[in-house]
Design a protein around this ligand. Structure first.
Ligand SMILES: [Zn+2]
Length: 100
């Protein structure tokens, strides 16, 4: 079930009207992979949101629920993708430095 999905992309700032649907969404971002410097891709599928690098395979996947709990302004019914992305990116950076 999804309503009006509005995707506005300005550099890596994405605002996304709530109503995350069944479709798989993939966006190439302007964010650099913290490990290899390649551009990252954001993928949304089923119950998950994933930020990954298609070059070195560094990735982080979290449940959409987490994003919805942390980054939705329920007064305006708006999902704040830029803060969600910051969150995902910080997880990815943690992973890049933790392993190896
Ligand atoms: Zn990479």
């Amino acid at each position: 079930m999804y309503f009006n999905i509005m995707v506005k992309i300005t550099n890596s700032l994405i605002s996304f009207k709530q109503g995350l649907g069944i479709m798989t969404l993939e966006l190439k971002l302007t964010l650099d992979c913290p490990r290899c410097g390649n551009k990252l891709t954001l993928r949304e599928y089923n119950k998950y949101v994933q930020l990954y690098c298609d070059k070195c395979n560094l990735s982080v996947t979290i449940r959409k629920r987490i994003i919805l709990m942390r980054h939705v302004d329920y007064d305006d019914d708006v999902l704040d993708w830029s803060s969600a992305l910051d969150f995902l990116y910080s997880l990815l950076k943690g992973k890049a430095t933790a392993s190896y």
